[in-house]
Design a protein around this ligand. Sequence first.
Ligand SMILES: Cc1cc2nc3c(=O)[nH]c(=O)nc-3n(C[C@H](O)[C@H](O)[C@H](O)COP(=O)(O)OP(=O)(O)OC[C@H]3O[C@@H](n4cnc5c(N)ncnc54)[C@H](O)[C@@H]3O)c2cc1C
Length: 351
Amino acid sequence: MSGFRIGPAIASGDGYTIVENASLQGRNTFHVAARANLLIDVRKPAALGELFGYAMLRTQPLLVLGEGSNILFTRDWSGVVLSIAALGIRVEHDDGERARIRVEAGENWNDFVRWSLARGYAGLENLVLIPGTVGAAPIQNIGAYGTEVREFIAVVEAWDRRSGGPVTLSNSDCAFAYRDSLFKRERDRYVVTAVEFELPRTRPLRIDYAGIREELVAMGVAEPTPPTVAEAVARIRTRKLPNPALLGNAGSFFKNPLVETAQAEALLAVHPGLPVWPAGSRSKLSAAWLIEACGLKGLQDGDAGISAQHALVLVNHGNASGAQLWALAERVRATVCERFGVQLEPEPVVA
Ligand SMILES: Cc1cc2nc3c(=O)[nH]c(=O)nc-3n(C[C@H](O)[C@H](O)[C@H](O)COP(=O)(O)OP(=O)(O)OC[C@H]3O[C@@H](n4cnc5c(N)ncnc54)[C@H](O)[C@@H]3O)c2cc1C
């Protein structure tokens, strides 16, 4: 390895730093203890060519980590953890109606949303306050309050580990779906280095969703704008979701399950209160309702718990291990399956 200087535990090269046997506890929002054999912080994506030239990066298990807000470490990572820390936001083109904006993967998502709103761009207001990096946003096609990020992604720039070089993927290449994309289906293949967004100056606001309109009224806003809608969403989110800085969590731990419409209808006949939404030829059920109906909201087992605020959120009350949190999640899944015959799937990556 001629490219970098190496000390007892730390090495660095042009645009990256490597730490051996690194703690990941400060790098996941559950705050669970876990270690990685090697942790590589990449500040310049151009360094990826050199890094992937080293055999250990090609042969050891690789995990790309952003801010760790959608991951549960159940054990140490016996391989390489790669964090893309590249920063930068650049307007590539703006014709007065819409703009093409390129954002490096390491930028914080919420900072970018605030940046876009402050400059008069519309679209991202319903996605305010989602934790994590811009590079992770396409991975599960982040969504909230009736909006998904795929609506604004023009292209994703990534390092393709299969071809061993950089690639630019169009929106349709990314095969976005509900909390899903090509990047989830071909896990380990792509390292996202930058995302190009297309943002309009004006766009119909989406305020008929989960209390936004009522919040705007409470704020005294008669003529909503993207920044005031963002403020309304931020206020609702702050009330509803535990702050990971104070109580370890990864947001919603379970996806809303997709089932055959016949099964949804059969469940509705017995449980008329169950929220069901159409989802193409299938139906989507409220995972929160199913968990709450099993009496699991607020459940605690040691320091692992289900939030008393929100049944979908698994929380670490202090020193729960990732394995303990996962055991509780498995208990929730088994209980819901036994009672309703519905299989819940975790939204975060379980590593
Ligand atoms: C309180 C709270 C609220 C949340 N609310 C929402 C919400 O409303 N909607 C929603 O969709 N999500 C939500 N989430 C989940 C989370 O914020 C998003 O999934 C976010 O995009 C994760 O970003 P991250 O940088 O923390 O990714 P990480 O957790 O570090 O990684 C998540 C996944 O993305 C991969 N990944 C990360 N960066 C890259 C990269 N550069 N290239 C390739 N792969 C990469 C990782 O390997 C992993 O598979 C919430 C989480 C919390 C804690």
